[in-house]
Ligand binder design. Structure first.
Ligand SMILES: [Zn+2]
Ligand SMILES: [Zn+2]
Length: 182
């Protein structure tokens, strides 16, 4: 790894000169977020554990056949795991600086490593989609980078929580209906 490259965004911009590379969101998730990945795995494991214990307790308490217990576990365990995983990933992800990848303290206003404004999260992009940056500047094509609307992180997290809860409650209702129909 050459030590002179301290700014990965510059290195990327240089590497993309071969053609008009689309400025998609960088897909650096699991590999560059070890803490978030670990926490998500822990949350999924905990959800499975809770769902497993709950279904075992219910199966024993209601004297249900083991087959029903296993079915309950697959349905509720799966849902609980998905919900916990999505929530944890969303909540932990907001702590990361999108610019330098530093993991910040919860509710930090600015990145401790690069001073990026974590509250408003400004972004700038070339109107032709060549480049996405976290500070104003020029695209290699000569156009000025335009400010993008700030992503609403808080609302995004609330939406995913609401969606996960709705899916979970819907499945709960469905399982109730199936159980009573039997
Ligand atoms: Zn940073
Ligand atoms: Zn451009």
């Amino acid at each position: 790894m050459p030590p002179s490259r301290s700014r990965p965004s510059d290195a990327d911009a240089g590497a993309d000169d071969g053609g008009p590379a689309p400025a998609r969101w960088p897909l650096r998730f699991a590999s560059s977020r070890p803490a978030a990945s670990r926490l998500t795995v822990v949350a999924v494991g905990a959800a499975l554990l809770v769902a497993g214990s709950a279904t075992v307790a219910l199966t024993v308490a209601l004297h249900q056949p083991i087959r029903d217990g296993v079915l309950d576990f697959v349905v509720f365990g799966g849902l609980a795991a998905i919900t916990a995983g999505v929530l944890t990933w969303e909540l932990v992800g907001t702590r990361y600086c999108p610019r330098c990848g530093h993991e910040n303290a919860r509710k930090a206003a600015a990145c401790a490593a690069c001073a990026y404004d974590l509250a408003t999260r400004p972004r700038f992009a070339c109107s032709e989609g060549h480049r996405l940056a976290y500070e104003p500047g020029m695209c290699p094509c000569g156009r000025r980078l335009l400010a993008l609307r700030a992503p609403e992180v808080g609302r995004h997290a609330v939406n995913s929580v609401a969606l996960a809860l709705m899916v979970f409650l819907g499945a709960l209702l469905l399982a109730q209906l199936i159980a009573t129909a039997r």
